[in-house]
Design a protein around this ligand. Sequence first.
Ligand SMILES: Nc1ncnc2c1ncn2[C@@H]1O[C@H](COP(=O)(O)OP(=O)(O)OP(=O)(O)O)[C@@H](O)[C@H]1O
Ligand SMILES: [Mg+2]
Length: 446
Amino acid sequence: MDVGKVFPVYEKPHHRLLQMLSPKSRKKRWFREFRALNGISFQVHRGETVGIVGRNGSGKSTLLQIICGTLAASTGTVVTRGRIAALLELGAGFNMEFTGRENVYMNGTLLGLSREEVHARFDEIAAFADIGEFIEQPVKSYSSGMFIRLAFAVAIHVEPDILIVDEALSVGDEAFQRKCFARIERLRDQGATIVFVSHSAGTVLELCNHAILLDHGDLLACGKPKDVVALYQKMLYASAEAAMQLRAACLARMNGTGEDESALPPAALEKPRIDDRHEDEAAHFDPGLVSRSVLRYESHGAHIEDPHIQTLGGRRVNVLSHGEEYIYAYTAVFDRVATGVRFGMLIKTVAGVELGGAVSSPVQDPIAVVEASERLHVRFRFRAMLAPGTYFMNAGVTGRIGEEESFLDRLVDVFVFRIPPDSGRIITGFVDFHVVPEVSQALQVG
Ligand SMILES: Nc1ncnc2c1ncn2[C@@H]1O[C@H](COP(=O)(O)OP(=O)(O)OP(=O)(O)O)[C@@H](O)[C@H]1O
Ligand SMILES: [Mg+2]
């Protein structure tokens, strides 16, 4: 509760020594204070999986270290119940001079297992780490991937009540990451509490049921992963000024003084216009189905207008029939000359999982020049090969800014559509692969 952390920062290396030598009573201090965390308060309930996001240097690792007790808080307290296993910075908890095997024993007992318990689990740990003969080598000879394999194997096999992971998994190769996430999911399903830091929005959305956004040591948001990640992404791409405004609005909201929430998502969106001529076919347009999580990134010379889905015949719809073809369309308005222009679309699930999208042309073949005040109609024809459910769409215009291709305008969750349940098909997951099931009786032998 109310956790704060102040680090002493020394301007010159020898100031640290001077400070150590100077008597406590002396007024002169050889350091200045740096506040890495400002009175952070939140609760994590048993069995929750919490993702912590934030820019580099926002205080995520500091917070994790305080939670698992490797760093003392300057103010406030942390209360935890149960066995904590942590994967923090690479190297923490392992002794470089000892072999992998020795470290498994040391680390395991440090995490609360008896020697016998480690012994009983050793083979399983070694098998999970899957680093072969290296298990008998000093860990200083390990690659960072091997290191994290072993550290994760130990952490997961002590069956912690609380697992704390700081980015560590991004070091492993893809197959190992998948294996780790599967284990984390299993731990979670067994009721463990998981707190982890990740820069990957996808991972947070996939694994967490709660998320926290830190910024400059402040807790800016705390809530559903989809909302928190959206806010984080918006802040990442905002100009310094826009980011400051968002920050202020978030802080006000966190402190309960927020009146001006206009800068914050969920932003209101004007309802899509219904084409009057087709009132009779209202069954395919649900006026109540409106995105409440629209995010508009800062524009850099272009504006996307009127994103919508229509049938091939031009009727606007937001309730789509499974397997039919539709057109996702928007108008791009340019207020200055743009070069190397391309257009994009993306379909996502409610949880934000990116299912698929497209761009208007390959990267080497964009529209060379678009003049100022030009308006371009962009249309993406697609087939709704999706399971029944609600889906969100993004829209984006990219162009060259300097040497780089960047977004000229970008809208997240700008359009929402639904595929109603279809009694005839049994699709699980999100995508319809046109699976043809077949079950037949096996021949009885003998
Ligand atoms: N031992 C220390 N002494 C002084 N300052 C520190 C110390 N450890 C961290 N800091 C500072 O505290 C701030 C938060 O650091 P922290 O490592 O928690 O950030 P982070 O959110 O984990 O960043 P990243 O995404 O880069 O891992 C940073 O400005 C960092 O420079
Ligand atoms: Mg960190």
